[in-house]
Design a protein around this ligand. Sequence first.
Ligand SMILES: NC(=O)c1ccc[n+]([C@@H]2O[C@H](COP(=O)([O-])OP(=O)(O)OC[C@H]3O[C@@H](n4cnc5c(N)ncnc54)[C@H](OP(=O)(O)O)[C@@H]3O)[C@@H](O)[C@H]2O)c1
Length: 323
Amino acid sequence: MFAAYARRLSPEDPLAGLGLGERPDPEKRDGWVTVRLRASALNHHDLWSLRGVGLREEQLPMVLGCDGAGVDEDGNEVIVHAVIGDDDFRGDETMDPKRSLLSERYDGTLADLVSVPRRNLVPKPAELSWAEAACLPTAWLTAYRMLFTQSGGQPGSTVLVQGAGGGVSTALVALGRAAGYRMWVTSRDADKRDRAVSLGADAAFESGARLPERVDAVMETVGAATWDHSLKSLNQGGTIVVSGATGGSEAVSDLRRIFFFQLRVVGSTMGTRDELQRLVQLCLQTGVRPLVDATMPLEDARDGFSRLAGGDVFGKVVLIRPA
Ligand SMILES: NC(=O)c1ccc[n+]([C@@H]2O[C@H](COP(=O)([O-])OP(=O)(O)OC[C@H]3O[C@@H](n4cnc5c(N)ncnc54)[C@H](OP(=O)(O)O)[C@@H]3O)[C@@H](O)[C@H]2O)c1
């Protein structure tokens, strides 16, 4: 099968280790099914993998990719849930200490074929295009859990999203808007601020700018570069939900602010299969759809990776496979 894979790891130059070419078809495993992919989407996770975060040299070559949608062995159109839990684990699989994400232990979705446990398949409704469906399992699922499971916010709450253009940020704005939250966004880039407002943000501010009032919750995927601003932007009793650190993970906190204002700092990772199913339903109910920045054939994945690495995207980059 054709695939985009990590052939070596380089913290400084992640694209140098990206391989594009033939890889063996997935192995047969009991209880697992093979999906012929029609679309896959890129995530920052794929760049982290090429940098050697969560992946070791001895695991290479490893097919990249967490997001995908395609057709299973019985001809069903499916969305692939990327969190692979242990067979014996019961409950919220994002809490399973033995869990992995596709492309961390098992080959991922940037390929013609991917194999996953049968329980990891979610039906793809006809109303979603292949590209839209492929965007949901990682950035959109992460945004869904941050906002609806972890933030403690309610429709009508004011939520600040740090960063505008990323896959998670655009998902947060679109989902929050659809669910009746007041969504505020920051970005370093004036054009991205305008685009965030077009997408549904109620206001967009320059990164680090003083806000007109404090917010109920902050959605953090940037990290060190915006952390102090996130703490200062919160109302008494407010919540920061953190799921990423694109701009550095060594953040300094003023602990006096955390205890005096009784702030909550909540970590969040991916989401459950049930949350993915509810996210799909939410898309159907509200008409909200993932924002696709660009689509291209999987063979051109290097262009997509370059755009992502350059911070040059607004929404998701989707890689298409022929029928
Ligand atoms: N825990 C999980 O399960 C999970 C799941 C998905 C993603 N993540 C993580 O979440 C992060 C975002 O993922 P993504 O796919 O949305 O990535 P992405 O598409 O590359 O987005 C990066 C975002 O970060 C902002 N940004 C980057 N550097 C910045 C800086 N120095 N200062 C201010 N803003 C900065 C950008 O905002 P502007 O350009 O608009 O300023 C952009 O919106 C990644 O680190 C990813 O690994 C974690």
